[in-house]
Design a binder for this molecule. Sequence first.
Ligand code: ATP
Ligand code: MG
Length: 391
Amino acid sequence: MLKTSITVFDCILIHYGELALKGLNRPTFEKKLVENIRKALEEVEFKKIRKIHGRIILELSEKADLTKLEHSLMKVFGIAWFAFCFTTDPTLENIKKLTAEKFKLKAGVKVKVSAKRADKTLPFTSMDVNRQLGAYLVEKFNVHVSLKNPEKEIFVELADGKAYIFDRKIKGLYGLPVGISGKVLHLLSGGIDSPVAAWLLMKRGCEIDFLHFHAFQKFNKEKNAKILKLAKVLTQYCFKSRIFFVPFYPFEAEAVEAPPKYRLILFRRFMVRVAEEIANQHGIKALGSGENLAQVSSQTLENMAVISNATSLPIFRPLLTYEKNEIVELAKKIGTFEISITPYKDCCSLFLTKHPTTKAIPEKVEAFEKRMNLKEAIKESLEKTEIINIE
Ligand code: ATP
Ligand code: MG
């Protein structure tokens, strides 16, 4: 994980994507990001976190567990990259001395110095640092300077009255800090897609509550363990969530009368209706789903339109245009894939048919629904809903 052999760094320099700030309120973004970093590091030792111009500095204590820190920061949306740094007062002499002391460079290695000066009051430019530090390292360690093909890059950032020196930029998740875009009620299944969709919504700053429809009479810790596990992995990225566990047996009883071709689409409409009720009760203004255009015969444009018509809330479908292999890759990166592929009873045979309708006709759907006692089914499912908090 950590390639650098030195362990005692002074701080972590954290950068956020400047472009992400376009059109957003910058102080709100920064405040939320700092708050989320604190949450991510709740159980990790550090000294202090502070905001400086366009960056965040995490001061480290001597006991800092670098691996834990790195792992935790890799789960915070809004971070573009971060680096473990050594710091000194910004004079050319100090920078040379500290770099030579901390980075023992092997003779012959191709080195590049990349300085960046945010502090425009300093009496030297970033070019001066590049040239002078480069020349110093050549003389001291007998290295070569190579701007095009370096084997080792030394970065110097001059900001807020300090020089931050580091040799490794660690790529973060980018996106926006969770919490700046409001809350989504996300329909979570035990499949591969919906967990990834939830993660992508978090990436755009959404807080998430999960809604899962299960095939049992009651929520059951063992039987629903897979969903709990998925939500726990996902909650590492949003720090706090709830899962609404809703039994769908009241709907099953009503769906028997409908033609098999239409049962799945009727079930989806039932799901979003229940979701809307829960969302309204909890002040949530949008639903999320893992649907993907034309991935399976039930997820056609026509069917999605009919599903969307059952609710007045917007349904966010971040995976709409993704390829399955892109989704699988993301699921592996997030840590949900291995859980998603374990067996789980998340549908009933009633909805399974070889040929679900691919072009649901709204009038037909409505006619089938008129013959069902949907209101009662929704009411009963809502009454049997259980809420689990995940921290
Ligand atoms: P996934 O891998 O997310 O299950 P999928 O490709 O298998 O997706 P479907 O089974 O058709 O697709 O489900 C489409 C979407 O409906 C899911 O992504 C999820 O958002 C929602 N959904 C499906 N089953 C459930 C369930 N039991 N509880 C809550 N939401 C569900
Ligand atoms: Mg599924």
